[in-house]
Ligand binder design. Structure first.
Ligand SMILES: Cc1cc2nc3c(=O)[nH]c(=O)nc-3n(C[C@H](O)[C@H](O)[C@H](O)COP(=O)(O)O)c2cc1C
Length: 214
């Protein structure tokens, strides 16, 4: 069974999706081909992936959906023949901690799989991941171990492990003490510290409230 992994982030090899891929394949015995949507001619890549038994997208959540570059690529994908028994899966990571925020994208991926006549392996959702690239190892240890296991189990069974999927989805929704903590941090502006730093580094902080489409 052949598998191709598609990195759907505009940051390509420099993003968090890449870190997810690295750990997902780290325990596999055979190598999967990895391609970067941002680097490719979309029409040619869509033709190329047709022959693979399984396509796995690893991508970030951007504006409750997916990066535009991935969306554009998906437009070029063609349905498999129903008799071919091909499959497709998604590993979606993002900044929001609540997995409920990812359900619109998840629903779309389910419908897309049907349209492409590919068996839907599911969507692995992992929130709270925007800082993965800079987190100290004690904070990422469990995540990386689970991603490795997810990859190993995928290689053996050609499916995504349901226990890991459910574990990653926590919390579905912030409640009680966790919600109060988040509200308090928001009041103090702590939730925007990294975002503002990022804007400043890119000379975009002063454009915070621009409305270019108005
Ligand atoms: C333009 C943009 C939009 C984003 N929108 C969301 C969002 O709607 N929900 C979310 O949880 N995270 C959002 N994020 C955070 C990314 O999903 C998160 O940083 C992710 O780890 C980036 O992965 P990458 O480095 O592979 O691109 C957004 C980030 C950017 C840059």
């Amino acid at each position: 069974m052949s598998t191709i992994i598609l990195n759907g982030s505009p940051k390509g090899e420099n993003g968090n999706s890449e870190i997810f891929i690295k750990h997902f394949i780290s325990g596999m015995k055979s190598r999967c081909e990895i391609r970067y949507i941002i680097k490719e001619d979309h029409k040619i890549l869509a033709q190329y992936v047709k022959d693979f038994d399984t396509i796995i997208f690893v991508l970030p959540l951007y504006i409750h959906s997916m990066p535009g570059v991935t969306m554009r690529f998906i437009e070029y994908l063609e349905p498999a023949e129903p008799s071919e028994n091909k499959s497709i899966g998604f590993i979606l990571q993002g900044g929001f901690p609540e997995s409920n925020q990812y359900k619109y994208a998840e629903k779309y991926f389910g419908s897309l799989s049907k349209e492409l006549n590919r068996t839907y392996l599911g969507t692995v959702i992992k929130g709270n991941s925007a800082g993965v690239y800079m987190m100290p190892s004690f904070m990422t240890k469990k995540l990386f171990k689970s991603l490795k296991e997810l990859g190993e189990i995928y290689e053996q069974t050609h499916s995504f492990d349901k226990t890991i999927i459910e574990d990653f989805k926590e919390p579905h929704e912030l409640k009680g003490f966790e919600l109060a903590k988040m509200k308090f941090a928001a009041k103090l502006g702590l939730n925007k510290v990294f975002w503002n730093k990022f804007l400043k580094e890119n000379g975009a902080y002063d454009k915070n409230f621009d409305r270019p489409f108005v």
